[in-house]
Design a protein around this ligand. Structure first.
Ligand SMILES: C[S@@+](CC[C@H](N)C(=O)[O-])C[C@H]1O[C@@H](n2cnc3c(N)ncnc32)[C@H](O)[C@@H]1O
Length: 159
């Protein structure tokens, strides 16, 4: 099972500290994890930009999919909040159902277009507060690693 993070953001942008942390968790994960950024370079008005970013995310989602069941998780502060064990249980269920990949979609400054939300198998909240999208990648990567350790019965996670 592959994990993909698809995120609105500048490829090779300034967030080097966050990228290093994501890379740290990526290397610790035994599920292969890829991070792909999409960016609209034209200075569009906010509503048009959000729509365009949604199109870019959905295009990347389809383009990178190599077949099999694709689970789509859209990161959104208004989504469902799960504890780490419940998140791990969701991943185990998708894995056991034969999912080929789980794709996690992170939006831009104005959030996700409705077309992206409609694709979601799960709208996932990392809490009611709004986080910068670069930090969301770090939080998500850590929770994926934590889920892996929970499913392996490793004491990395303590209740
Ligand atoms: C700066 S936030 C955008 C917030 C935007 N105002 C909105 O209403 O969605 C950029 C992206 O980070 C992710 N994000 C930020 N905070 C989050 C949270 N608490 N839970 C889940 N995702 C979050 C979402 O994918 C969001 O689209």
């Amino acid at each position: 099972m592959k994990l993909r993070i698809l995120a609105v953001g500048k490829a090779g942008g300034k967030a080097k500290a966050e990228a290093m942390l994501v890379e740290e968790y990526r290397q610790r994960l035994t599920w292969p994890l890829t991070v792909q950024e999409v960016e609209e370079k034209r200075p569009l008005p906010p509503a048009a930009l959000k729509k365009r970013e949604g199109e870019l995310l959905l295009t990347a989602l389809a383009a990178g999919h190599k077949g099999g069941r694709q689970v789509v998780v859209v990161l959104d502060e208004r989504g469902k909040s799960l504890g780490s064990r419940d998140f791990a249980a969701r991943i185990r269920a998708w894995r056991d159902e034969g999912a080929a990949e789980i794709a996690f979609l992170i939006g831009g400054a104005d959030g996700h277009d409705p077309a992206v939300r409609e694709k979601a198998d799960l709208l996932l909240s990392l809490g009611a507060m709004t986080w910068p999208h670069q930090l969301v990648r770090v939080l998500l990567s850590e929770q994926l690693y934590r889920a892996q350790q929970i499913l392996a019965g490793h004491p990395y996670h303590r209740d």
